[in-house]
Design a protein around this ligand. Structure first.
Ligand SMILES: NC(=O)c1ccc[n+]([C@@H]2O[C@H](COP(=O)([O-])OP(=O)(O)OC[C@H]3O[C@@H](n4cnc5c(N)ncnc54)[C@H](O)[C@@H]3O)[C@@H](O)[C@H]2O)c1
Length: 260
C-alpha cells in the first residue's frame, strides 16, 4: 500500500469530505489522526481501526493555536510525527449580504477556515522539513476564485487559503514538502443534500457534467497529492468541480455545445 508507514492528520474528519479523505488515506496504508469538534469523529476512528490501521481522534478547535499544538504533540506521541496534513475543516456561519455579515460570523469563519489551517501548518511543517518529506493539502473551494454572493467570509477565507498554499509551497519546496490547494465545486455532503431542491437543480444545471461530486472523488485527488508520485506538484490550485469553474453562462444556453 503506497502510504504505509505514513502518519496523516485530517481536520474536520467527523463527517462529509473529511471523513471520506481519512478513510481513503487509511485504505492506502496510512495511520490517521482525526481532529474535529464533533464527537462523531470517534466513529471515523472506529472505521479506520476496522481497516487495520491506527487512528487517534482528538476533539480540538483548530482555531485555538495552543490546543492545536497540544493535540499535534499527542498525535506524535501516539502515532508518530505528522507526514501528511489535510486542512479540510471549514464552516459557513452566516448566509447574508456583506452589510449584514456579523462580526462574530466573520471572525468565526476566519478563525476556522484560515487561521485553523495556518495553526495546523505551523504545528507540523517544521517536522516535515526536518525529515525531508511532507505533504500538505488545503481544501479550498471554487468560491475562492469566483466569489459567492451572501457568503463573503467563506469565499474570502477560501481565497486566503490559496495565499497560504503558495507561500508554504515556496518556503518548503527544497525540503521535500509540497503544499497544494484543492478547489471542489458542489459535493454531495450532508449540508448539500439538505439544500432546497430548486437550488440543487439550479446548481446541477450550471455544472457541465450535470451532477454534484462525491466525497470519495475529492478523497481520491487528495490521496494522489499525498503520494510519492505527486512530488513535482506544489503550489497548485486544482479544481474538482465537474467543470463548474469554467464559464458556463455563455455556453449553458447552447444545447449543441452544453449537451443540455
Ligand atoms: N460540500 C461541498 O459542496 C464543498 C464544496 C467546496 C468546498 N468544500 C469544503 O470542503 C470541506 C469539507 O466540507 P463538508 O461539506 O464535508 O463540511 P461538513 O460541514 O460536513 O464538515 C466539516 C467538519 O469540520 C468540523 N469543524 C468545524 N469547525 C471546526 C473547528 N473549529 N475545529 C475542528 N473541526 C471543525 C465540523 O464539526 C465538521 O465535522 C470544507 O472546508 C468545505 O468548505 C465543501
Amino acid at each position: 500500500m503506497p502510504l504505509t508507514g505514513q502518519t496523516a492528520l485530517v481536520s474536520g474528519a467527523a463527517r462529509g469530505i473529511g471523513r471520506a479523505i481519512a478513510l481513503r488515506l487509511a485504505r492506502e496504508g496510512a495511520d490517521v489522526a482525526l481532529m474535529d469538534l464533533n464527537p462523531a469523529v470517534d466513529e471515523t476512528a472506529r472505521r479506520i481501526r476496522a481497516l487495520g490501521r491506527k487512528a487517534v481522534a482528538v476533539q480540538t478547535d483548530i482555531a485555538d493555536a495552543t490546543a492545536v499544538r497540544e493535540a499535534v504533540a499527542r498525535i506524535a506521541a501516539e502515532l508518530g510525527p505528522v507526514d501528511l496534513l489535510v486542512n479540510n475543516a471549514g464552516v459557513v456561519k452566516n448566509i447574508a449580504s456583506v452589510e449584514k455579515m456579523t462580526d462574530d460570523a466573520w471572525q468565526n469563519e476566519l478563525g476556522v477556515n484560515l487561521t485553523g489551517a495556518f495553526n495546523l501548518v505551523r504545528a507540523t511543517v517544521g517536522g516535515m522539513a526536518e525529515r525531508g518529506f511532507g505533504r500538505i493539502v488545503n481544501i479550498s473551494s471554487v468560491a475562492a476564485r469566483g466569489g459567492l454572493a451572501r457568503q463573503v467570509g467563506y469565499s474570502a477565507t477560501k481565497a486566503g487559503l490559496l495565499g497560504l498554499t503558495h507561500t508554504v509551497a515556496l518556503e518548503y519546496a527544497r525540503k521535500g514538502v509540497t503544499c497544494n490547494a484543492v478547489l471542489p465545486g458542489m459535493v454531495e455532503t450532508e449540508n448539500v443534500k439538505a439544500m432546497p431542491q430548486e437550488i440543487r437543480d439550479a446548481a446541477i444545471a450550471a455544472t457541465p457534467v450535470r451532477r454534484f461530486g462525491e466525497p470519495e472523488e475529492i478523497a481520491a485527488l487528495v490521496v494522489f497529492l499525498c503520494g510519492d508520485e505527486a512530488g513535482y506538484i506544489t503550489g497548485a490550485e486544482i479544481d474538482i468541480s465537474g467543470g463548474g469553474h469554467l464559464n458556463t453562462i455563455a455556453l449553458g444556453s447552447r444545447k449543441d455545445i452544453s449537451g443540455r
